[in-house]
Write a protein that binds this ligand. Structure first.
Ligand code: FDA
Length: 378
């Protein structure tokens, strides 16, 4: 074996694939019973509808190197992501655009009129002096739109009032002065034609790659544990960086999500893939309906049942899956301390969203793995 990779998400699998293609023998371990990390998907058994087990995953990128690379393993559908939000029982398009503004104010503003209105409403606070997220939100888009679409949704995401959240959590709140409600601005977007798991399996399908599931790197009873491996061969570690050092510099804080999946006896529950719930009286942040990610599978999917997933957000404990870095000033100091400790680990390479304590979209995880392979490992 030439290389041990801890974690079979997109970061770990990209390194594994590159290493195997250049003749290295690689072992990939994962503590979960499947490969693919958080991008893993499976067909819901009753309906056959593909469900993203760890929350909805939409692929999008403007990076030509990444786009070329991923197309070696899968083709993509022409799915274009759009999100809507329910506020007081009325549905509005997101991100906030001219359609949202005109519906909200019951008006027919031109782009210039809408821009002038938002500018006037935003004058209540100066973004530079905002003392908390609420003041920043109002300074960016004005109080009415902030209170309708941002305040309660943000409070649900963080389980904290925006008046107690730091202003720097948001740097901008995009408002589009056209009716364009495409969610992503990237050059390429789509969903893997045969699903995420087929894509992921093709990346790992090489005689130089051995995958071992249900294996935890910190379980001393299994042969590829930390104590046995580090120093003996190069290790790419994509698990949580604080866990690697046994929380020596404190635990970094994360948000997690709880997902509540349900099969409903209707052909179409909400008419779209993602519906946000902007108000405080609905405890979940959004509902995903998975059939709408693949309209091209209409002839394969049932017409009398559908799969939905309600998403709830909260702070993570050690037992939870870490999903989004909270990134407080203490976290940033902790991360710097862990980076220093990391420099002392011989031949251990920290990567991926958990290993670097960074929110990474899939194309970013793949792009940074390609860079690590080319610049440090190859
Ligand atoms: P990832 O978390 O996928 O993989 C890490 C692996 O390491 C896991 O399989 C884990 O089990 C394993 N591991 C950890 N500790 C271990 C140990 N001690 N021993 C063995 N194995 C261990 N991106 C995007 O582009 N579009 C999108 O729409 C979304 N949506 C989205 C929704 C939600 C809810 C989240 C949390 C994330 C997204 N993402 C996304 C981001 C996407 O999930 C992310 O880019 C990839 O998961 C990153 O891949 P990694 O390999 O870095 O981590």
């Amino acid at each position: 074996m030439d290389l041990l990779i801890v974690g079979s998400g997109f970061f770990g699998l990209t390194i594994a694939e590159r290493a195997a293609a250049s003749g290295r023998k690689v072992v990939v371990i994962d503590r979960r019973p499947h490969i693919g990390g958080n991008a893993y998907s499976e067909d819901e058994p009753e309906t056959g509808i593909e469900v993203h087990r760890y929350g909805a995953h939409l692929f999008h990128t403007s990076n030509p190197t990444v786009w070329k690379y991923v197309n070696r393993f899968t083709t993509f559908t022409d799915y274009v992501h759009r999100v809507y939000t329910n506020h007081r029982g009325v549905v509005f398009p997101l991100p906030i655009n001219l359609g949202t503004i005109n519906q909200f104010f019951q008006a027919a503003y031109t782009p210039d009129q809408a821009r002038a209105l938002v500018h006037e409403l935003a004058g209540e606070f100066d973004a530079k002096d905002a003392a908390n997220l609420e003041e920043k939100g109002i300074a960016l888009i004005g109080r009415p739109l902030y209170e309708a679409f941002i305040r309660d949704y943000t409070a649900k995401q963080w389980q904290t009032s925006p008046t107690e959240l730091p202003a720097e959590i948001i740097s901008r709140l995009p408002v589009r002065y056209t009716y364009d409600n495409r969610y992503f601005n990237d050059t390429w977007e789509g969903l893997p034609t045969d699903g995420y798991t087929a894509w992921i399996e093709r990346m790992a399908d090489h005689s130089n790659i051995e995958v071992k599931l249900d294996v935890d790197f910190f379980d001393d009873s299994q042969p590829l544990n930390k104590a046995a491996a580090v120093g003996q061969l190069p290790v790419v570690y994509t698990g949580p960086v604080d866990r690697y050092f046994d929380y020596a510099e404190g635990a970094l804080s994360w948000r997690t999500i709880d997902l509540e999946q349900e099969v409903l006896p209707v052909g179409d529950f909400q008419g779209t893939s993602v519906m946000n719930y902007a108000d405080a009286d609905i405890p979940y942040t959004r509902i995903h309906e998975f059939r709408h990610f693949h309209p091209e599978r209409a002839d394969r999917y049932p017409t009398d049942s559908t799969v939905i997933m309600r998403e709830f957000s909260r702070f993570a404990t050690h037992e939870d899956e870490p999903y989004y870095p909270v990134n407080t000033p203490e976290d940033r100091n902790g991360l710097l301390a862990y980076r220093e400790l990391g420099k002392g680990e011989k031949d251990v390479y920290f990567g991926g969203r958990l290993g670097t304590y960074q929110y990474l979209d899939m194309h970013m995880a793949i792009g940074s793995a390609l860079s690590m392979w080319n610049n440090q490992l190859a």
